[in-house]
Design a protein around this ligand. Sequence first.
Ligand SMILES: Cc1cc2nc3c(=O)[nH]c(=O)nc-3n(C[C@H](O)[C@H](O)[C@H](O)COP(=O)(O)O)c2cc1C
Ligand code: SF4
Length: 429
Amino acid sequence: MAIATEQALPRILTGIGEEPMAELESHLDVHGPLPDLRRWSPEQIISVVERSGLRGHGGASFPMATKLRAVASRRKPKILVANGTEGEPASKKDRVLLRELPHLVLDGAAIAARAVGAGEAVIAVSDVDERSARSLELAVDERQHAGLRGDPQFQLFGAPERWLTGQESALVNVLNGGPGKPTFGPRPFERGVRQRPTLVQNVETLAHLALIARHGADWFRLLGTDRDPGSALVTVAGAVSAPGVYEIEHGMPLEELLQTADGREPLSAVLLGGYFGTWLPGAHIRGVRLAAEHLAEHGASLGAGVIVALGQSACPVAETARIADYFAAQSAGQCGPCTNGLGAVADTVQQLATGTASAGARAELARWGKDIKGRGACQHPDGAVRFVSSALRVFAEDFDDHARHGPCPRCSHPPVLPATPIPAFPVAR
Ligand SMILES: Cc1cc2nc3c(=O)[nH]c(=O)nc-3n(C[C@H](O)[C@H](O)[C@H](O)COP(=O)(O)O)c2cc1C
Ligand code: SF4
């Protein structure tokens, strides 16, 4: 593996807008061929990933090498699932990757499959995302015709378009012919698709792996921070004139990103990390850097890279009430604290928003937040209560105002946070 000295961005988004990157020829012209994977032992690949510090980009930021080891150490035949379902309504980065850079994802899948000893790789996309499916289909065909060595057997799969489908055990369940609900039993790395040890990895994580295989672990660490090396794709939305998918260096100042996206108006807050994320008050944006070790000081994380700017013309209470309803509706309805708890949270937030809540409503919400946390089979309820608690804290005055006087004039403004999938965003060039 050659170690390049190139430090600049873009990395993942290189060539987009200049070359037809979805085509194999352009992909190889821009990135060069993958090294011959058959000459790498699984342990060699895993140790490069370990040294690179690559973490997952699907939301939990889990170290990839740890997962690779867990799956590789199992005896039975393995399988890889590339998670491109992107159920978060405000996120668009995975769709951009699948549509515009399918070969980067397939390269990464080939390397990850080799690392764990999987002969098959399933690329899962949303079943309404026809453009991504088409782009992947063409890319897989091209690779087969070109006789690329080292590819596993690729298989495309359309998963039901739902928030929960992307949760790894739910996705495995769907792939096994069941409903798209998280399961309580063994984890996918123990027993997953067709009872095989299964590595589930976000498609962006795989795209970074494709570049690490070409340029090395040290190259990857030339950008970013100690805890969060490298770059990340982020989807920027809300009160900006240039919403879209951007590639940032981990540690980039949030203010700089918002300026790049042409922030439009004074902001009341910024949502960091998407719907499972945390609100940061507009007055606290200065000095915030987009890397785990910096965001932790604000109780936030980058999650799957969704960043939404909330302008002062939007009503944070109405936004919170709508998303709390969305969370309740997305529960898989199989764990009591999630099914009943999120419904009660949504109803109470709705009452606060309309000025019909009881005097103890907020204390009740705080209590439920603690009771619900950690009591589901998946992290859905934890993420939901994190979002609501953060809104209650950051927008305390707005909630007071609504509790006393009912809806404000801003409540009727068009929603900022989508509660159903929204059309594709442009890619920042
Ligand atoms: C409710 C819920 C929804 C999720 N949706 C997605 C998704 O759409 N895409 C994704 O890659 N990961 C999603 N995840 C995370 C996956 O469970 C899993 O951690 C991830 O695919 C692993 O890939 P990574 O380690 O490369 O991030 C979701 C998790 C939860 C709890
Ligand atoms: S915690 Fe909620 S969403 Fe997760 S499995 Fe249980 S009921 Fe379903």
